[in-house]
Design a protein around this ligand. Structure first.
Ligand SMILES: Nc1ncnc2c1ncn2[C@@H]1O[C@H](COP(=O)(O)OP(=O)(O)OP(=O)(O)O)[C@@H](O)[C@H]1O
Ligand SMILES: [Mg+2]
Length: 259
């Protein structure tokens, strides 16, 4: 049973894709103000957990509690209202829009409509307010200076910052980050770790990440998925020394983690 400090609790989540059991009775708990690492070999089901949480794939079974209350699994357009935002694996910015416009698209009322229609449908005042919120989100990830650039002119590390800003504009209470540090250099990882550390003061975070140095430096707790099942959950020390985890990482998927 989740206590009052638990912001998200998943109980017995299963997801099937045809005959493939992508998730099998997964339990996960995210506590207020923490960074929970969700790790596991390629294909373990990490992104599927986020997809189930965001209404992109239907759960076959399982219950969800948000902020201590049992709720239906969200539909995609309900996410922001429920206080949840996510980044997508990979970057997914619209290349020919400005950074600011890309971030504005993360705000709730734009998420459901077509792009042109979205911006045209706003009054000037609303658009200015939204632009200010986008700027504030960009400043939070130290990307305030690139707001008027076209997204396709950004450096790769800057695209990673902007994709986080796009999730932050809705001021989520729960932030789901899917491989946010993927492809970053060791040098970039330093600012990235500091950035996530700063975000902890405003949101609780689940981070899927293959960079073990990131996981070990920023996560408060870790859950490990393997073939759709949680094989370990606990502190970094507990997880690191768990024989099932060591086996999963040294087994047939050992070559996959370095990406
Ligand atoms: N929409 C889908 N339709 C069919 N199979 C899917 C779908 N999405 C994921 N899968 C399968 O479900 C399993 C879990 O995939 P998932 O993307 O969740 O893994 P992951 O842990 O995020 O892996 P990675 O680290 O490579 O991103 C894989 O076998 C994958 O091929
Ligand atoms: Mg994935």
């Amino acid at each position: 049973m989740a206590d009052h400090a638990t912001v998200l609790s998943i109980d017995g989540l299963s997801v099937n894709f045809g005959g493939l059991k992508a998730l099998n009775k997964v339990n996960l708990e995210l506590r207020k103000g923490e960074v929970l690492g969700l790790i596991g070999p390629n294909g373990a089901g990490k992104t599927t957990v986020f997809n189930a949480l965001s209404g992109i794939v239907p759960p076959a079974e399982g219950t969800l509690e948000l902020f201590g209350k049992k709720v239906q699994w969200p539909k995609p357009h309900q996410l922001v209202h429920r206080g949840i935002a996510r980044t997508l694996q990979g970057v997914g910015l619209f290349p020919d829009l400005t950074v600011s416009e890309n971030v504005m698209l993360g705000a709730n009322h734009l998420a459901r409509t077509g792009l042109t229609q979205s911006f045209l449908g706003l009054t000037r005042k609303d658009e200015a307010a939204l632009r200010n919120r986008a700027q504030a989100a960009l400043e939070r990830v130290y990307a305030g200076s690139v707001s008027e650039r076209r997204a396709d002119t950004l450096s790769y590390p800057d695209t990673k910052r902007v994709s986080i800003a796009r999730a932050l504009i809705s001021e989520p209470k729960i932030l789901l980050l899917d491989e946010p540090a993927g492809g970053l250099s060791a040098q970039d990882i330093e600012w990235f770790n500091a950035l996530v550390g700063n975000l902890k003061s405003v949101t609780s975070i689940i981070i899927v990440e293959h960079h073990m140095d990131v996981v070990m430096s920023i996560c408060d707790r870790i859950s490990v998925l393997n073939f759709g099942e949680v094989i370990a959950s606990g502190s970094k020390e507990e997880v690191r020394s768990n024989p099932a985890v060591i086996e999963a990482y040294l087994g047939s998927h050992a070559g996959d983690k370095k990406r």
